[in-house]
Design a protein around this ligand. Structure first.
Ligand SMILES: [Mg+2]
Length: 192
């Protein structure tokens, strides 16, 4: 049976966004993110998959291996809580820095979600996307997911971008715990 899945942005959503993070030692979870991921998996049997734009690679600021090391560190820390992310997908491109390399993966494209959906037999109709940028919400909506915008200091800007594109999130959450609560209540209501 296809699996309900929560897709998460990484930087600014589950860990602190320090900008082009390449050092695993700088991984720091945002409040309630680790516990909520654990609850989503343990209590509601969601798959949890990270979908991330990592244009620092195209920009030459960080390497692909560094991104993998940071992702591994995220899972090392989660594993100490008895949980892990099922998989990490990232786009290494940026149109200004890698124009010769055709990219159809960078969010807001839904390509990474759709790829993950094939790889992990995802039930898109019972799945969610959580992120802190307009591109996250659009990626989720483009893949047919309910999409949650996490508030940040730039939330007004992100909502403006979405409005210009005629899109709006299904929910705006002040923090990860609110996003978690929205998902759980929406998911359990749908099941009834
Ligand atoms: Mg982000």
């Amino acid at each position: 049976m296809p699996n309900p899945t929560v897709f998460l942005d990484r930087d600014g959503t589950i860990i602190v966004d320090v900008g082009y993070l390449g050092d695993p030692e700088q991984v720091e979870f945002l409040p309630n993110a680790a516990q909520s991921i654990k609850n989503l998996k343990d209590d509601f049997k969601f798959q949890v998959i990270v979908i991330s734009n990592q244009s620092g690679i195209a920009r030459g600021i960080i390497t692909e291996q560094q991104v993998v090391s940071v992702n591994d560190k995220v899972n090392d820390l989660l594993e100490s809580e008895g949980v892990s992310i099922d998989s990490f997908y990232f786009c290494p491109h940026h149109p200004d820095f890698s124009p010769e390399e055709k990219c159809d993966c960078r969010k807001p494209s839904p390509q990474m979600v759709l790829q993950a959906s094939k790889d992990f037999d995802v039930d898109l109709s019972k799945s969610y996307f959580v992120g802190d940028k307009a591109s996250d919400v659009e990626c989720g909506l483009n893949a047919g997911l309910k999409s949650i915008l996490l508030s940040s200091e730039y939330v007004d800007n992100e909502i403006n971008i979405l409005q210009k594109h005629g899109k709006s999130p299904n929910f705006v959450a002040r923090n990860f715990l609110e996003a978690y609560n929205f998902i759980v209540s929406d998911f359990t209501e749908e099941k009834v």
